[in-house]
Design a protein around this ligand. Structure first.
Ligand SMILES: [Fe+2]
Ligand SMILES: [Fe+2]
Length: 193
């Protein structure tokens, strides 16, 4: 499993992501998002860090086509769903729970702007990765774009983990957390994106 991804990759040797399960580089999602929604979102952030690592390995040319296809799937499904979870379920619950001094609107505005940039960047990213799965070698500019997307995603995750989730754990009560969790669960049950 790729929870050990960073350690796995430090040695610069074989890439376990290329052996066996195409999902091997990124952990499976936690099935239950209702019991502890903030822990669930944190778990998704860990998976996104694994994805960011995979992107840099793809840019380095050490990931096979099967795993590149898996990265495309992650962008289209997991990443897209996570943005909906945050903007339609988590952010509204957090906003309603905060006080003016938390300046939560300013933080959420930055994060929403980065989500829009991610969505735009994802389209270009998918085009590059799809060409790679067809056997094309990425140009230097394309490799740079993969690394840039990875860097920006890690920066976004640091802001959410370091600032947003700590505020949420302080401000959101059990009732609000339950509503956020149920909202995310309903999204999965309906298959809506
Ligand atoms: Fe997030
Ligand atoms: Fe986010």
């Amino acid at each position: 499993m790729a929870a050990q991804g960073d350690n796995r990759d430090k040695g610069g040797g074989s890439i376990r992501a290329d052996a066996g399960d195409p999902r091997a580089a990124i952990d499976a999602p936690t099935p239950d998002c209702t019991t502890a929604p903030l822990d669930f979102l944190f778990g998704e952030h860990l998976r996104q860090r694994q994805f960011a690592k995979v992107l840099t390995l793809i840019a380095d040319g050490v990931i096979n086509r099967k795993t590149i296809a898996d990265a495309i799937s992650f962008i289209k499904t997991d990443l897209a769903l996570h943005i909906l979870d945050e903007e339609l379920s988590f952010f509204p619950g957090l906003r309603a729970s905060c006080e003016a001094d938390d300046k939560i609107d300013e933080i959420l505005e930055i994060l929403a702007k980065e989500h829009r940039e991610d969505e735009t960047g994802s389209e270009v990213l998918i085009e590059i990765l799809q060409r790679m799965t067809a056997g094309a070698a990425p140009s230097e500019d394309e490799r740079a774009l993969l690394r840039d997307f990875s860097d920006r995603l890690r920066h976004h995750l640091a802001l959410e983990n370091g600032v947003l989730l700590p505020i949420a754990r302080t401000r959101m009560n059990a009732e609000t957390l339950r509503a956020v969790g149920e909202s995310m669960a309903a999204r999965r049950a309906s298959g809506s994106r």
